[in-house]
Write a protein that binds this ligand. Structure first.
Ligand code: MG
Length: 378
């Protein structure tokens, strides 16, 4: 059998050959580890391709330079992989989880998710994390023998980063850890923090680029101010665009260095010897207390000044209306659904409509709304 290089994995990393396996047993691959295979399945999925036309803060047609969920997921994977290599963790698993973590997001970011959750209130709610799992477990249709992508337990566990106890009880093995209050693998913990590092920093960049945030406003955020000064000192004539990018890349580096050092310290202190030990321990992948405070300050700043900016609110308001009007129209009149969804809707209409809407890209949702409501559109 050809050698499957997994690098120098630490004993507490997730080892592909010790995976808890897939729901449907499949023969091992000749040339890839099980986690490489998961990553590849995710990249080839339909939901992954749709991430290109889904957004978190800005709507897809607002500009070509802003992050989409696809570029966001790639940035998360990049940060995740580089930290994983430093810590001797499984890069393939971190990459797979990072690339899949947003697959269940609705169109129009959080506004879309809130609206769909409200529509689904009487039907079990809608949660993007659970939906990501649903995409890889059930909704992708590409294999002859099963629905979904049939991913490994460890990848699925990483995708489901939050879950209410009520839902956890319905999920069986994958929900267990929320009931037992255990941690997921270090790779899953890492993908989660890589997500936070990525979105905080790219939202600063996109926020400034769009003109919704101003540089002097950013100077009130200590982590930002602390990194701007040395850049200005080194490059006094630098233009604003480069100043922002130089600053942001230095912030990302500071966060990553802190994350690696703090995690190494946590690992030394708790000395886990296996993935099982990791599950029983408190979260080991973390920022230092000081850096946690600074990272949270960025988050709060972005909430107050970008996500709640009146221009973003105006768009969010439209997005919510599109999602809820689509839902209500389809729920009242299921015959408006495409035939395959009509058939599936016979089992659970509300959930089928939620799946249909959640799968839409921003522009598809806008178009579908027009098709249903504008009298002059076919
Ligand atoms: Mg994300």
């Amino acid at each position: 059998m050809p050698s499957m290089s997994t690098g120098k994995l630490k004993p507490y990393a997730a080892h592909a050959e010790q995976s808890r396996g897939r729901t449907h047993t499949e023969p091992a691959s000749q040339n890839r580890t099980e986690f490489q295979r998961d990553r590849d399945r995710i990249i080839h999925s339909t939901a992954f391709r749709r991430l290109e036309y889904k957004t978190q803060v800005f709507v897809n047609h607002e500009g070509d330079l802003f992050r989409t969920r696809l570029t966001h997921s790639l940035e998360v994977a990049q940060i995740g992989r580089s930290v994983a290599r430093n810590l001797g963790l499984n890069e393939d698993l971190v990459e797979a989880i990072s690339l899949a973590h947003d697959l269940g997001h609705t169109p129009f970011g959080h506004a879309g998710q809130d609206a769909l959750n409200l529509c689904m209130k009487k039907h079990g709610g809608f949660e993007h994390n659970l939906q990501s799992l649903r995409v890889v477990d059930e909704l992708e249709e590409r294999y002859g023998g099963f629905d979904g992508l049939n991913l490994c337990f460890e990848t699925r566990e990483g995708i489901l980063k939050h879950c209410s106890l009520k839902n956890a009880r319905k999920l069986g093995e994958i929900g267990e850890r929320f009931i037992q209050r255990q941690q997921p693998s270090l790779e899953a913990q890492l993908a989660n923090l890589a997500d936070e590092i990525a979105y905080n920093n790219h939202d600063i960049d996109d926020g400034l680029r769009s003109g919704l945030l101003q540089l002097d406003q950013m100077m009130t955020v200590s982590l930002f101010a602390r990194h701007v000064k040395p850049v200005l000192k080194a490059f006094p004539k630098i233009n604003e665009r480069r100043l922002i990018l130089e600053t942001v890349r230095r912030i990302i580096n500071t966060l990553i260095v802190d994350l690696v050092e703090t995690t190494q310290k946590n690992i030394r202190n708790l000395a886990p010897e296996s993935l099982e030990d990791v599950r029983q321990a408190p979260p080991l992948i973390s920022f230092s207390t000081e850096m946690r405070t600074e990272a949270t300050a960025i988050k709060q700043f972005l909430h107050a000044n970008l996500y709640q900016h009146y221009q973003v609110e105006r768009m969010s308001n439209k997005a919510k209306r599109i999602v809820s009007e689509l839902f209500n129209a389809l729920y009242e009149q299921p015959r408006l659904l495409p035939p395959d969804y009509q058939r599936r809707g016979e089992q659970d209409l509300a959930r089928t409509i939620a799946d249909y809407i959640a799968g839409m890209t921003d522009r598809y949702a806008i178009l579908e709304h027009r098709r249903l409501f504008a009298i002059d559109v076919v």
